[in-house]
Design a protein around this ligand. Structure first.
Ligand code: HEC
Ligand code: HEC
Ligand code: HEC
Ligand code: HEC
Ligand code: HEC
Ligand code: HEC
Ligand code: HEC
Length: 422
């Protein structure tokens, strides 16, 4: 059963932050003042920082205009002819698969009778059912169908789990039941109360992290937003990190002999902070936005779009879910080198579970592990090189992603790699 404390804990969850955001009057005056002060302090500190000059210089890499519309995107299928290898490996990444139009192939979880339901106590059951017009979550009260909502969009590659969304006119709503991979079970959706709730509306921030673009049709600042469902680019795809690329595709197609890329962003040429900002857009924890979603363009300063802490909070207070940037920033590795996320991750490939490969990347800086001393390393001898990760970046339970599995009274937490390296 869900108790009061748990409901409060789960309110902390990243899933529900948009609700908290919504309740506050965004862009209100006191907020703007605090924001201006923080930004000024930050800029003042930057004035004393040589990094500032570098930052300015590579602002020039931003070739795109300031606002992006659906027409500026080409879609990753347009990249395959010229960037075949990257295109192919990227299809297997969690980024690419993090959202999709719902279908028999994208929806996870068991729809077979006996395995297809989640019970909220004695009389309320939600069943996952395939019907003629698609896949549904259906609420039954005392055995009678109360409502059925079609699953239209999947969110989550299934590494940890998958939530689903349903269109109601131009609004999107999250479904009450989520698939939880570790247990191969249906659970109540993270952050949801322990009853069948179908009215949790999806704001643009959720989609900003889990998709490449969706065109918002409601006026700026109005929440919950309405979207144009025909102008939706699913997955964290090429153009999320490289900028909208229709112009690049047009140019390169028209100039096949030109071997330099035009009208495209390459994060490889960014400053360290610009690289980190790109990943922190979605891996930087709960950020309070100061501009509408989908306006940030890679290469821009994240703090022009969100309130960003200049100093990392204590790692004990950072949840392992969704804030790899916060945890990494607190680590000695990060502070004493020019490390970025790309020091260890090749985002074009799915490298999940390749521990030996990650350990090699550790050793690109810690080349002489045996000389590091310490009883533990000595005891392991040559073995130490195979897996730095489980000792120094252990899996930790997430406070934000914890769900109730069928019949269980204690919530089960997702286990996520800690990026506080110690
Ligand atoms: C008609 C061929 C063509 C198509 C289609 C194409 N590109 Fe390119 N792209 C190129 C060429 C040529 C270059 C320059 C050589 C290189 O870096 O590979 C390039 C370079 C790039 C670069 C590196 C830019 C740099 O400054 O180093 C990125 C990133 C990129 N393309 C992304 C994309 C994405 C994303 C798509 C699909 C939306 C795409 N390209 C579609 C031909 C193409
Ligand atoms: C638009 C938001 C967004 C951006 C930008 C982004 N990520 Fe992600 N990333 C996600 C989401 C969402 C997931 C979870 C995908 C899933 O499993 O459904 C994820 C998952 C990952 C994973 C786990 C992959 C796995 O196999 O489980 C890694 C590693 C990662 N991101 C690294 C990066 C790095 C490095 C950058 C910056 C270059 C970056 N991400 C930029 C949203 C983003
Ligand atoms: C600030 C960015 C952000 C927002 C907002 C956000 N997520 Fe996520 N979400 C992530 C990242 C990053 C991951 C994976 C890595 C992690 O857990 O640290 C993730 C993981 C997930 C997963 C598990 C995917 C898997 O299988 O690994 C689901 C499901 C999910 N999110 C659903 C949602 C839904 C639904 C919303 C909105 C109601 C939402 N998230 C809002 C960034 C975000
Ligand atoms: C999560 C962010 C992200 C996504 C998604 C992404 N890239 Fe990249 N890409 C990067 C980063 C970061 C670099 C720079 C790597 C470096 O230099 O360390 C890069 C570099 C490149 C380059 C430059 C040459 C090279 O091989 O490094 C090309 C071309 C490219 N990406 C194409 C693509 C295409 C095509 C897709 C989609 C199929 C894609 N990228 C998806 C982040 C991303
Ligand atoms: C970009 C270079 C770089 C990479 C990659 C790197 N580190 Fe480090 N790491 C450092 C530096 C610099 C320090 C601080 C000096 C030292 O202790 O050697 C450090 C410190 C450490 C420490 C001591 C932390 C403390 O609080 O005392 C550990 C443990 C560590 N690294 C483990 C790892 C592991 C495990 C990996 C791979 C997952 C890794 N490092 C990858 C540069 C790096
Ligand atoms: C020192 C190396 C290192 C750096 C730097 C690093 N990571 Fe990781 N990351 C790892 C390792 C190792 C894993 C675990 C991979 C596995 O076991 O599959 C991981 C896993 C992840 C995951 C999946 C977490 C999970 O348990 O599902 C995400 C998301 C992620 N990293 C994002 C990032 C982001 C964003 C950055 C930059 C802020 C970053 N990483 C920087 C080494 C690193
Ligand atoms: C079985 C667990 C284990 C493995 C595997 C392991 N370490 Fe360690 N490491 C430790 C412990 C425990 C310490 C603390 C010092 C000690 O051994 O007493 C440590 C210390 C360190 C330090 C800090 C040393 C110092 O003098 O401050 C670094 C850096 C480090 N490890 C890097 C690595 C790298 C890189 C790898 C993989 C090539 C690795 N470790 C593999 C357990 C491990």
């Amino acid at each position: 059963m869900n108790n009061g404390r748990n409901a409060k804990d789960t309110l902390d969850c990243v899933y529900t932050m948009q609700i908290i955001v919504k309740k506050r009057l965004r862009y209100s005056r006191p907020y703007l003042i605090i924001f201006t002060v923080i930004v000024s302090v930050f800029f003042l500190s930057k004035c004393m920082n040589p990094e500032k000059e570098k930052q300015k210089e590579s602002d020039a890499v931003t070739t795109q205009g300031d606002t992006v519309t659906f027409a500026d995107f080409a879609g990753s299928a347009a990249c395959v002819n010229c960037h075949k290898d990257i295109y192919k490996t990227h299809l297997n990444t969690a980024h690419f698969r993090t959202s999709a139009e719902a279908s028999g192939t994208t929806i996870l979880g068991n729809f077979h009778k006996g395995k297809n339901s989640y019970s909220f106590g004695d009389n309320v059951v939600v069943a996952m059912e395939k019907r003629d017009s698609g896949y549904y979550q259906v609420e039954y009260v005392d055995g009678f169908e109360k409502r059925a909502r079609r699953i239209d969009i999947t969110v989550g590659s299934g590494t940890m789990g998958q939530s689903t969304l349903s269109w109601q006119n131009d609004h999107l709503f999250q479904m009450p039941i989520t698939y939880f991979s570790a247990a191969n079970e249906w659970s109540n959706s993270p952050g949801f109360p322990n009853r069948a709730v179908f009215n949790r509306v999806i704001t643009s921030r959720c989609l900003e992290c889990h998709s490449t673009f969706v065109e918002t049709i409601s006026p700026p600042g109005k929440e919950p937003e309405q979207y144009d469902r025909t102008k939706f680019i699913y997955g964290v795809d090429c153009e999320k990190c490289h900028g909208a690329a229709a112009e690049h595709v047009r140019f390169q197609t028209a100039h096949p002999d030109d071997t330099t890329g035009k009208f495209i962003l390459n994060p490889g040429t960014f400053t360290r902070q610009q690289k980190l900002d790109l990943c922190a857009l979605c891996h930087g924890g709960r950020l309070q936005k100061t501009k509408p979603s989908f306006q940030y363009i890679p290469g821009k300063n994240l703090w022009d779009y969100f309130l960003v802490d200049t100093l990392p909070p204590h790692p004990e207070f950072i949840d392992v879910h969704g804030n790899q940037y916060g945890l990494l920033r607190a680590s000695k590795c990060f502070k004493m080198s020019d490390m970025t996320c790309n020091s260890c991750h090749d985002v074009h490939r799915n490298e999940k579970g390749k521990t030996a490969l990650f350990s090699q990347r550790c050793m690109s800086c810690h080349s002489d592990v045996s000389a590091l001393g310490g009883a533990m390393h000595r005891k392991l001898g040559g073995q130490v090189k195979i897996n730095c990760v489980d000792c120094h970046m252990p899996l930790k339970p997430s406070r934000a992603i914890s769900v109730f599995l069928p019949g269980e009274k204690v919530p089960t937490a997702a286990q996520i790699r800690s990026h506080f390296i110690k």
